[in-house]
Design a protein around this ligand. Structure first.
Ligand code: HDE
Length: 697
């Protein structure tokens, strides 16, 4: 584990800048404050004035430099995926894919490759919240020996649109509306659903976005997908299609919608904090890396087009081969320098990995490089430390440009040149054997601007997804659509969406109509009639919900006089099961337990609602409980834990609070200290409770 202190301790007292210059790091005990040009500063409190109370002088370069740098501290935020957080770690290959690729990162078993991974929401701005209903970005930069490989994925394996041409329209529709500047970080508004209704190709992704996948419990508990189909190329340049997968060791876990909404208020940085704190305490998040491999013949035999990013390849049809693992074990030292300046490029692929003709991917191949130019302001953004190729040198004859930090030697800035023959520096040369080669795709057709017929089916996969879900998940999905459409003001937009939903599943459409209390409209005419595919249990979420406390947090709410034995027992049991314990008390100074021992609090009740924890234990004394009955934060604490399907452990003295909060007994309501384990129900959600606490569509 690398705590902030340990990192500071091992940090060098001088750091090497990207261009090789050194500057004293702030952690050096004798560090002297200087201007950006190294001039020592004598006074950092007062500007230079003409007289004791006179005007500030233009001559004051110390003040001007400081304010000017501050004025320019911000760079444009990402147009999408603006809000994100990241961590360093490594990728380790556990099984070689040498039969299908020559990429060393996928053939050298046991080799550890440094990575930087950024997770993000998509629609909200950089200052928005962590828990909206949204797709999550899962961008991995692998610093391989053969150049950076950026696997820029999402936590959902399909996408809203089939062709990059529609991306600006999609993003405009989901972002805050153009005239009013709201809603922020929300898809529940007219323009988004207008686009959805008019573009049936969005339907499959809508199923995923309305499922609990779009309200994940933690970045550590999400799957990741490369989404687009790529190619792997072996030594003989033979191609195999590939889909990339990341599978979390902690399993897939999500929140309840009502909980996600409340977390946004209680802790807008919930997921960012969760990732940071897990890594600080040495609880390193880990994912399996898997691939689905298909030959051209296997791809041709599928009843859908693998170049269409709105289609999923069910793992029951093409199994996922696990060949590696990803571990995140170090927080960034500086958010701006690393997380904000990280530039991910789907075009970054090492030899042995290549693109497919997926028209969405093809557009991405242009967009990311282009957006980095405007975001980071220079063609030299690859020289920023977080973006530099670290696994190997980068060397070419490109020169100059804004913010050039390299100092190339010699006169050879062109190729071919013969200078090496004359004892001068000749510069790097191309490598026909080891260099990147594209797949020799035969191209014989005429130029066209159209959508292939093989992309016409917009509903079969949406149907497959919906019908593959468990009953609980189907109810959540239908309720999410009802929630979102209820925020849509133009009725015709709701009607159009419902008409499309009838092509997915009549039951789903009827549930949505009932939830809106609207007539079910006639079915819209699909471009291609949907077909029934065999359900794919692999598409479920709740089945991948592990019964474990590992990676989860349990709050113990304590009052003065609470039984210290109970508090100790809960802590010991939870920690033994891999969970983290937070003590919550009415006051941050803590409480005095029954044995007179003082217990400090990690959080104060009013600022630490139960939405921030996976299960709660109420270790209250009789007097403490009587006090809490007068505090609505306490009632909310218990009631929310109940309606968010969490386990509640309680001392008998806490019973009046349970009653006031309307808690009804079930398998998740456990008396502490009694024979029944609290850890068992705390390790999962109480799905059976849901019909008692919520009317679902
Ligand atoms: Fe992106 N996307 N995208 N995207 N995307 C960006 O690049 C774009 C798409 C994804 O943490 C932008 O650096 C187009 C699919 C992630 O820094 C931009 C299209 C997938 C991130 C861009 C797509 C993604 C981005 C904005 C359709 C899943 C955050 C800032 C043709 C595979 C990376 C930036 C980070 C970011 C363009 C669709 C994932 C504008 C044109 C599909 C995880 O270049």
């Amino acid at each position: 584990m690398a705590t902030a202190n340990e990192r500071a301790a091992r940090a060098p007292t001088t750091a090497v800048g990207a261009g090789g210059e050194t500057h004293q790091s702030a952690s050096a005990p004798d560090a002297r404050l200087t201007t950006n040009h190294g001039v020592p500063i004598s006074d950092n409190q007062n500007s230079l004035k003409g007289g004791r109370r006179g005007p500030t002088l233009l001559e004051d370069f110390v003040l001007r430099e400081k304010i000017q740098h501050f004025d320019h501290e911000r760079i444009p935020e990402r147009i999408v995926h603006a809000r994100g957080s990241a961590a360093h770690g490594f990728f380790e290959l556990t099984e070689s894919l040498g039969d299908v690729t020559r990429a060393k990162v996928l053939t050298e078993v046991g080799e550890k490759t440094e990575v930087f991974v950024r997770f993000s929401t998509v629609a909200g701005g950089a200052g928005s919240v962590d828990t909206p209903r949204d797709v999550r970005g899962f961008a991995v930069k692998l610093y391989t020996k053969e150049g950076n490989w950026d696997l820029v994925g999402n936590n959902i394996p399909v996408f809203f649109i089939q062709d990059a041409m529609k991306f600006p329209d999609l993003v405009h529709s989901v972002k805050m509306e153009a005239d009013r500047g709201y809603p922020q970080a929300a898809s529940a508004h007219d323009t988004f659903w207008d686009f959805v209704g008019l573009m049936p190709e969005t339907t499959h992704m809508i199923m995923w976005a309305m499922s609990d996948r779009a309200i994940p419990r933690s970045f550590r508990m999400m799957e990741g997908f490369g989404v687009n189909t790529f190619r792997l190329l072996n030594d003989a340049d033979e191609a195999t299609f590939v889909k990339f997968h990341w599978r979390p060791k902690l399993g897939l876990q999500s929140t309840c919608w009502d909980e996600a909404v409340k977390i946004a208020g209680a802790d807008p940085d919930y997921q960012r904090r969760d990732l940071h704190e897990a890594i600080e305490r040495g609880d390193f998040p880990e994912w399996e890396f898997g691939v689905q491999l298909l030959s051209q013949q296997e791809a041709d035999a599928l009843p859908f087009d693998i170049l269409d990013a709105t289609k999923v390849i069910p793992e029951e049809l093409v199994p996922i081969r696990v060949v590696g693992r990803l571990v995140l074990n170090r927080n960034p030292d500086n958010f701006f320098a690393e997380t904000e300046q990280a530039a991910f490029l789907p075009t970054n692929v090492p030899p042995g990995i290549d693109f497919s003709e997926d028209p969405l991917l093809q557009g991405r191949l242009f967009s990311y490089q282009d957006t980095q130019l405007s975001r980071l302001g220079t063609v030299n953004f690859h020289q920023i430390p977080i973006n530099r190729a670290k696994g190997c040198p980068f060397q070419n004859l490109q020169r100059d440009g804004k913010m050039q930090t390299q100092v190339p030697q010699g006169r050879a800035n062109y190729e071919p040149n013969s200078l090496a023959e004359h004892g001068e520096i000749g510069g790097p040369r191309e490598d026909p054997e080891g260099g990147f080669r594209s797949f020799a795709l035969p191209l014989e057709e005429t130029k066209v601007r159209l959508r292939a017929e093989t992309f016409a089916d917009h509903y079969s996969h949406a149907r497959l997804f919906y019908r593959s879900q468990s009953a609980v998940e189907q109810a959540h999905l239908a309720s999410a659509i009802v929630f979102e459409l209820s925020k849509v003001e133009i009725e015709a937009i709701r009607v159009r969406v419902m008409a499309n939903l009838r092509n997915v599943d009549e039951d789903l459409a009827a549930r949505v109509a009932a939830g809106l209390n609207m007539e079910l409209p006639p079915k819209s005419k699909p471009a291609a009639e949907p077909t029934d595919m065999a359900p794919s249990p692999g598409l479920r979420l709740i089945d991948k919900y592990p019964a474990t406390l590992k990676g989860r947090a349990v709050a113990i709410l304590v009052t003065d006089g609470a039984d210290s034995g109970v508090v100790d027992d809960v802590r010991t049991a939870v920690e033994a099961a891999g969970g983290a314990v937070k003590v919550i008390a009415p006051k941050i100074g803590g409480v005095t337990l029954s044995d007179g021992v003082a217990l400090k609090a990690d959080g104060q009740l009013a600022g630490s609602p139960s939405v921030l924890f996976d299960a709660v234990a109420l270790a209250l004394s009789e007097e403490g409980c009587a006090e809490l009955l007068k505090e609505s934060a306490a009632t909310d604490f218990v009631q929310n834990a109940f309606v968010h399907l969490k386990a509640i452990g309680f001392t008998p003295q806490a019973k009046p609070l349970l009653d006031k909060a309307g808690v009804e007994p079930d398998a998740g309501i456990v008396e502490l200290g009694a024979a029944k384990s609290f850890v068992v129900p705390a390790s999962t959600r109480q799905w059976d409770r849901e019909p008692k606490v919520r009317l679902l569509a």
